[in-house]
Design a protein around this ligand. Structure first.
Ligand code: HEC
Ligand code: HEC
Ligand code: HEC
Ligand code: HEC
Ligand code: HEC
Ligand code: HEC
Length: 320
């Protein structure tokens, strides 16, 4: 008993010391132990069939635990499980990260949860069975969305803080409300300065460097964290088309889509981070959703499926 108490106290101290620029929920005072743990194998006095589970969790796996609220059944918890309805009244119609389909089955439209797979584009090619805790700190931390400091387990200390690397227009309500969560987690509420690509590369480390190629090509794979105006003379990208935002690829033109996310490294605030400029950089989030979505390879548009929109994201930046 003594041992367990000191363990709990150290958990509290750890959380208290880490609360500046913290994630918005599941941290410090908003880490409600009872949301996820029980003290005995009972829930509200009724014995839990099959319990107690490891770490005294209320569900038998981390994914099942997190999805018990994040599957749309709790209207204040951002829904990350297909189908997602909560953002249908917003301009973007979706969250920043997107969604997963059923865990336990391979699905090329999202990061597959709960089955062991090789990590693609990783030099060590480790096998991994992904859970929510592969990417998020379950007890909160100082990063945006409680993203782990070292997702690849290689000794990284990646910093990606809200208000610094990532800018948001509206914080979620505390205590949570339905309208507050919709507004806070909707894709249009997020502006990126830096950090998210570095974070993805924590696992997909083969993409750590933009490998250079023989001119007139600059790169051997699609470059990442490269600005629209980095090679002005060569016109591989079309900054003016990108800034105007009405031509081929954009939603005012047939087959076009909403402007893809981008990094705005020098933005001074949230509103500025959404204004297109020639210094904007392409990053992982310009092409892929962090969780997944409607298209293969977690793409933001049907690049592999084909049809009128197959190259719309590419056209926004390249206009070929
Ligand atoms: C009892 C319900 C419940 C459970 C269980 C739960 N969550 Fe949440 N979670 C919420 C609610 C509600 C919010 C939104 C609160 C707000 O932002 O006002 C939230 C927010 C979040 C956020 C966004 C936080 C931020 O800083 O922006 C993340 C990430 C998250 N949850 C991950 C998880 C993970 C991982 C698990 C499992 C270990 C989990 N949740 C389990 C209810 C739950
Ligand atoms: C959002 C869900 C969630 C909340 C809220 C939560 N935990 Fe946990 N906790 C987990 C999960 C999931 C694990 C298992 C860790 C893993 O699998 O990585 C865990 C593991 C633990 C452990 C054992 C491993 C370790 O990290 O030391 C302790 C102790 C613990 N939690 C205490 C607490 C206390 C105390 C609170 C309240 C202040 C709390 N937890 C709130 C999800 C949660
Ligand atoms: C491969 C890493 C990864 C896994 C696995 C993962 N997340 Fe996320 N999650 C992210 C990233 C990165 C973001 C932030 C994306 C952004 O804002 O651009 C995020 C954002 C979120 C958000 C904010 C709402 C949104 O949709 O943008 C919630 C809530 C959340 N995750 C919960 C979960 C839960 C619950 C699970 C498990 C079912 C999970 N995540 C698994 C990486 C992951
Ligand atoms: C958010 C903007 C953006 C998006 C979306 C985008 N790119 Fe690019 N792309 C760039 C930038 C910036 C460069 C670097 C410019 C340069 O090399 O002169 C680049 C470079 C390239 C290059 C040249 C590489 C080299 O060696 O010079 C090719 C080919 C390319 N992109 C193809 C694509 C395709 C195909 C898509 C869609 C799947 C796409 N791009 C989506 C911004 C983007
Ligand atoms: C310009 C768009 C674009 C950008 C930016 C981009 N990717 Fe991709 N990515 C693609 C395309 C297209 C594919 C599908 C390639 C294929 O299947 O042949 C892909 C596939 C992948 C795959 C799956 C590979 C496999 O073998 O299944 C991973 C992992 C990946 N990308 C990670 C990243 C990460 C991490 C970043 C940021 C560092 C990133 N991508 C940036 C376009 C992009
Ligand atoms: C904790 C390690 C980890 C992190 C962090 C991570 N990934 Fe992955 N990723 C994996 C594993 C494992 C797979 C193989 C599972 C699968 O293909 O579904 C994978 C598969 C993928 C794929 C191919 C499957 C799909 O989704 O279509 C893409 C694309 C991808 N990751 C992009 C990203 C991007 C973008 C980020 C950052 C937002 C990221 N990954 C962060 C571990 C990670």
């Amino acid at each position: 008993m003594l041992v367990r108490h000191s363990l709990l106290i150290s958990v509290f101290l750890f959380i208290a010391g880490d609360s500046a620029y913290a994630g918005n929920w599941h941290i410090g005072a908003t880490s409600h132990c009872n949301d996820c743990h029980l003290q005995h194998s009972t829930e509200e006095g009724v014995e839990l069939p099959g319990g107690p589970y490891s770490y005294l969790l209320v569900k038998s796996s981390v994914n099942e635990l997190c999805l018990s609220c994040h599957d749309g059944s709790d209207p204040t918890a951002p829904d990350v499980s297909h189908p997602v309805e909560m953002y249908s009244g917003t301009l973007s119609g979706e969250s920043a990260a997107g969604f997963f389909r059923d865990g336990g089955l391979y699905d090329s439209h999202n990061h597959t949860l709960g089955i062991t797979m090789l990590t693609p584009l990783q030099s060590a090619a480790k096998s991994n069975s992904l859970t929510c805790a592969s990417c998020h700190a379950v007890h909160g931390n100082s990063n945006y969305r409680n993203l782990l400091h070292d997702p690849g387990g290689v000794g990284d200390s990646l910093i990606i803080e809200e208000g610094k690397e990532v800018l948001t227009g509206r914080l979620p309500d505390i205590p949570p409300t339905v309208a507050g969560s919709i507004a806070a987690y909707e894709r249009g509420n997020i502006g990126y300065r830096s950090g998210l690509s570095e974070w993805c590369v924590g696992c997909h480390d083969i993409l750590r460097i933009n490998e250079s190629s023989v001119p007139p090509a600059h790169f051997n794979g699609h470059p990442d964290r490269v600005a629209m105006n980095q090679f002005v003379g060569d016109q591989h990208a079309d900054p003016q088309h990108w800034i105007t935002g009405t031509g081929d690829g954009f939603d005012l033109t047939a087959g076009g889509i909403r402007r893809v996310p981008f990094e705005s490294p020098l933005a001074t605030g949230f509103a500025a981070s959404l204004l297109p400029s020639s210094g904007d950089r392409v990053f992982c989030g310009s092409c892929h959703k962090a969780h997944g979505g409607n298209y293969a390879s977690s793409f933001l548009w049907p690049f592999k499926e084909g049809g009128a929109s197959f190259n719309s994201g590419c056209q926004q930046c390249h206009n070929k």
